[in-house]
Design a binder for this molecule. Structure first.
Ligand code: PGA
Length: 252
């Protein structure tokens, strides 16, 4: 199985010039990747740049950083999963802690996952948004269960394979701090167990990623020791060379 690298560019690349430089450099660097390596590299720019990324980087999977939980309607400023799909976007990050911290509830996250899967997008759903003092294992377990239970009756089984989880402890995001690899492994296993419990054995290979202060220096150790299926990278993804280096490191 491939080991994934997902770059989350957040609200960066805030001018067209920066966007064009990024796209050009990523395009050049990605020429040295095998087709298998390219298929494991996902890049998620701000919505406004999606079309440019999709057009200029056709060999990579381009992702959005959010989508509305309804497919259509009067939702000012929001984006429909169907619109993303029709643009050629391949995946969407749902439930990032920066959105959960801005008020997005677990219920909304569940609806967004349903809608995006139904649209045919690959969904990377983030878990690990906790307040101080909460029991991490049990919160993550119940969040994962709620997300999975929300899709079982609504999303046809053949679309379940488009789901991935990313364990992103909120305190590790953008701080330069990471949990021990043993701790990451513990949570990755909690998530895998819930996936099998709710969706059954057929879904046991759903990817579980880790995100939070991943760099080219710590990525290999995190993946090898924690058994995560890849990484979700924020800050380090601002240099496309880091994404390309990680994908080569993981998928030799
Ligand atoms: P970071 O962000 O790599 O800058 O910590 C990760 C994320 O927010 O997904």
């Amino acid at each position: 199985m491939n080991t994934y690298v997902v770059g989350n560019l957040k609200m960066h690349l805030e001018t067209c010039r920066l966007r064009d430089e990024y796209v050009k450099r990523l395009h050049e660097l990605s020429q040295s990747l095998t087709s298998e390596q390219r298929s494991a590299l996902f890049v998620c720019p701000p919505h406004v740049h999606l079309e440019k990324f999709v057009t200029k980087l056709p060999a990579l999977t381009i992702g959005a950083q959010d989508a509305h939980h309804e497919l259509r309607g009067a939702h000012t400023g929001s984006t429909s999963s169907n619109a993303l799909k029709s643009l050629g976007v391949g995946c969407v990050i749902i439930g990032h802690s920066e959105r959960r911290g801005a008020g997005e509830s677990l219920e909304t996250v569940c609806k967004k996952v349903q809608t995006a899967l139904l649209s045919g997008l690959h969904v990377i759903v983030c878990v690990g948004f906790l307040s101080e003092g909460q029991d991490e294992e049990s919160i993550i377990k119940s969040d994962v269960a709620a997300i999975l239970e929300a899709i079982t009756d609504v999303v046809p089984a053949h679309k379940h394979e488009n789901l991935s989880f990313a364990y992103e402890p909120v305190w590790a995001i953008g701080t330069g701090k990471t949990p021990t690899t043993h701790h990451i492994q513990t949570i990755v296993l909690v998530i895998r167990k819930e996936v099998i419990r709710v969706l059954g054995d057929a879904s046991k290979s759903l990817p579980v990623l880790y995100g939070g202060s991943v760099t080219t220096e710590n990525a290999q150790q995190i993946v090898t020791e924690s058994t995560a299926d890849g990484v979700l990278v924020g800050g380090a993804s601002l240099d496309p060379a880091n994404l390309v280096q990680m994908i080569k490191m993981f998928n030799k």
